[in-house]
Design a protein around this ligand. Structure first.
Ligand code: G1P
Length: 305
């Protein structure tokens, strides 16, 4: 019988340089999607998959993440007295989880961040959720990986097809064949290949279900040229002794990892948000009309020159 998955690691120790100067003092994981920090979506995905124990790997300047997941009795009492039920619900969503924190003292890459949490995990299979993407599907992606693990007993990570020009931002798989629809047997896992060297367009998208044997491999994995211990490299080694499958995610992925995609995600979620949807919709329409008029005027100007 395969062991049940009850624990997850969420690495949140990265410097977030893509969002400087905002990330000088505030962690990028606390950047909001409308009114909710991105890391809250990640923790909720783990919760929806039935995970109760979560360890968040943090680093310098990340204290507000700890505060965010701490209960706040004074604020709760205040909202209770004022019968602000919806607000109360929004701050209590993860109160029933056990959330722990550990510090990665020197940022030495994703593989090292995962290795930092080894004693919390022990000898059990576990999930890893990276913070840059919000995933949406009928069944949460982490649960999809857990279901697959229950069937195969093998480590499995999530992949999605991405445009070829973007492939070098990701870990990429070299699939041999599908063992069943959407589940790939993999020959090789490669971290951030050049587009011309990429073995496929199936990118690793930041959700993993791993067996604990990964820890002894991470211990031996050498840092890359940039001084980072890559999780993808360790997974490739694991695949040589235990099978590691790739599960193709067919749901929606909202990228929050760079300025433009984060803004777009905010617009999409804003258009669904009951408080602001109507106002935002009419603003976008008005802005669209203004921008079209501006473009037309510019075109006319160019022609007349
Ligand atoms: C990390 C992983 C990479 C994966 C990506 C998904 O890279 O190393 O394999 O494809 O997350 O977001 P990072 O984005 O941290 O550079």
């Amino acid at each position: 019988m395969t062991k049940k998955v009850t624990k997850a690691i969420i690495p949140a120790a990265g410097l977030g340089t893509r969002f400087l100067p905002e990330t000088k003092a505030l962690p990028k994981e606390m950047l909001p999607i409308v009114d909710t920090p991105t890391i809250q979506f990640i923790v909720e995905e783990a919760k929806q998959a039935g995970i109760k124990d979560i360890i968040i790997v943090i680093g310098k300047g990340k204290r507000s993440i700890e505060d965010h997941f701490d209960s706040n009795p004074e604020l709760e009492m205040n909202l209770e007295e004022k019968h602000k039920d919806k607000m109360l619900e929004s701050i209590r969503k993860t109160n029933d989880l056990n959330i722990y924190f550990i510090r990665q003292s020197h940022p030495r890459g994703l593989g090292d961040a995962i290795y930092t949490a080894r004693s919390f995990i022990g000898n059990e299979p576990f999930a890893v959720l990276l913070g840059d993407d919000v995933m949406e599907d009928k069944v949460p992606l982490t649960k999809q990986l857990m279901d697959s693990f229950e069937e195969t007993g093998a480590s499995t990570l999530a992949v999605k097809r991405v445009p070829h020009k973007d492939i070098s931002k990701y870990g990429v798989i070299d699939p041999t064949h599908e063992v069943k629809p959407g589940l790939f047997n993999v020959k090789q896992f490669v971290e951030k290949p050049k587009p011309e060297d990429a073995p496929s367009d199936l990118a690793i998208i930041g959700r993993y279900l791993l067996t604990p044997e990964i820890f002894s491999i991470l211990e031996e994995t050498q840092p890359d040229a940039g001084g980072e211990i890559q999780l993808t490299t360790a997974i490739d080694t694991l695949n040589k002794t235990q099978r590691v499958f790739a599960h193709e995610f067919k749901g929606k992925r909202y990228d929050t990892g760079n300025k433009l995609s984060w803004l777009k995600t905010n617009v999409i979620f804003g258009l669904r948000h009951p408080e602001i949807a109507t106002g935002l919709r009419s603003y976008i329409k008005q802005l669209g009309a203004e921008l079209s008029a501006e473009d037309e005027a510019n075109d006319a100007d160019k022609k007349s020159k």
